[in-house]
Design a protein. Structure first.
Length: 430
């Protein structure tokens, strides 16, 4: 029997196998069908391979069999036919209690024990496997920190926490015994959109260091695309329509059902997975503020530009000067004396995506946006033509996208919602 399935109870962490190499298939569904007693076929002949250390998202409309599929992994539901293998071993041969100790489980609205304190909720499994109160509570405190919970909340009860805090406790509890596998069923659906976005970001951050094998169920395709390394799109009737990386899904939906499910503007959303570093920037229409205005006007004419981006002495952007305005300045004036239009958003050439670059360009009053280095210094400016060329080049290079991925170690210059990719760069490149 796999050591993943039957860890030594008293030494759970020590007994965990060395982490399976990434890419190795940890969980596989082999032609799994679930037919409930009333004849409902919830999952129909499902075959699915889930690689170790990755996040697999099951997404689809209500009733398509997502929860049923998930709960078959920890044997809360048994398949009617087919097999599920965990690290190569058929899970039906494992003891369900032991199996579940190697699999964290997070559900909607956290499912916390109402009469236990937060720390005792988190310490549930460690207590169960005999770690003792002191060690278990120590572990609970560690996990509270890991999931971003204030340790002052340790002695409270679940009803004294916000919905978002409760979900964090649910995640901490699932991680308590350091299980290699985490199952999450609509973990963020009960909280408001802002809290949900924060929790998704936290999950991505946690996963970047923990490398758990996560199976996450959601009906929210945006969530699937944001947190998934791989996304399995279900059709009604428990059948998979497509399994792919988010980038592949957005770029090449298998059919009209998937395309419709992905929704509007998938072409733009796909750009989140392409690095802005693939964009060639132009610095011919970029000038220093102390350049004589007459000279700047020549630069504008040579570049055929009606606007120049004016930089301060540190090469940081100050704003846009209109060529016409430069022509009207007094003799001997410096470029920085011109009336400047705000430069709007910049984007990080190393850390941001083409989506952020496009967004900045669309929002710019001049139709050009400034790309900056990690210190905020201007590297050059965009144009729609250059963006088009970068997208085309990225498409041509599809399959070798790793070359253009954003550096995952790079700073997160762009916040969520701006199409930033830093934390997702590894996934995006795959
Ligand atoms: N115990 C049961 N007995 C009979 N049918 C069931 C049972 N549990 C679920 N079903 C049915 O199986 C199908 C799949 O249910 P499941 O809970 O897996 O869907 P889901 O994709 O998780 O949906 P949702 O997004 O609404 O949570 C549905 O038609 C549901 O009504
Ligand atoms: Mg469900």
């Amino acid at each position: 029997m796999s050591p993943l399935i039957a860890p030594e109870l008293s030494e759970l962490s020590a007994a965990m196998p060395p982490r399976a190499p990434e890419g190795h298939v940890l969980i596989s569904f082999e032609s799994v069908t679930k037919r409930y007693a009333d004849g409902t076929v919830a999952v129909d002949n499902l075959s699915l391979e889930i690689p170790a250390g990755q996040t697999m998202v099951l997404v689809g409309p209500s009733g398509c069999g997502k929860t049923t599929s998930l709960r078959m992994i920890n044997r809360l539901i048994e398949p009617s036919s087919g097999r599920i293998l965990l690290d190569g071993s058929d899970i039906t041969r494992s003891n369900p209690d032991q199996l579940r100790r190697g699999i964290g489980y997070v559900i909607q609205q956290s499912g916390l024990f109402p009469h236990r304190t937060i720390e005792d909720n988190i310490a549930t499994v460690p207590l169960l496997i005999g770690w003792g109160k002191g060690k278990s509570r120590g572990r609970a405190r560690e996990l509270m920190q890991l999931v971003g919970l204030d340790p002052a909340l340790a002695r409270r009860y679940p009803h004294q926490l916000s919905g978002g805090q409760q979900q964090r406790v649910g995640v901490a509890r699932a991680l308590a015994a350091d299980p290699p596998v985490l199952l999450m069923d609509e973990p963020f659906s009960a909280v408001d959109p802002i809290v949900r976005a924060n929790l998704q970001d936290e999950l991505i951050r946690l996963q970047a260091s923990l490398h758990k094998t996560i199976v996450l169920v959601t009906h929210d395709v945006e969530e699937a695309i944001k947190v998934g390394d791989q996304v399995a799109v279900f059709r009604p009737g428990g059948v998979i329509a497509q399994i792919d990386t988010p980038q592949q899904l957005l770029g090449s939906p298998a059919d009209a059902y998937v395309e419709n499910f992905l929704g509007f503007d998938r072409g733009i959303r796909r750009l989140s997975f392409l690095a802005a570093s693939g964009l060639e920037l132009d610095d011919t229409a970029v000038v220093a503020q102390d350049l004589p205005a007459a000279r700047a006007l020549q630069v504008a004419r040579q570049a055929g530009a009606s606007w120049l981006l004016v930089l301060d002495t540190d090469r940081r952007p100050r704003g846009w000067a209109a060529a016409d305005e430069l022509a009207s300045l007094r003799a001997g004036a410096r470029t920085g004396e011109a009336r400047l239009l705000p430069y709007g958003h910049t984007f990080g050439v190393r850390t941001d995506s083409l989506r952020a670059a496009l967004d900045a360009t669309v929002l710019s009053p001049t139709g050009h946006a400034a790309g900056v280095d990690d210190d905020g210094r201007v590297v050059g400016i965009t144009s729609y033509e250059r963006l088009r060329a970068a997208i085309q080049a990225a498409d041509m290079a599809a399959g070798t996208a790793a070359d253009t991925a954003v550096d995952p170690a790079a700073s997160t210059a762009a916040g969520p919602g701006r199409g930033s990719v830093p934390d997702r760069a590894g996934q995006a490149a795959r």
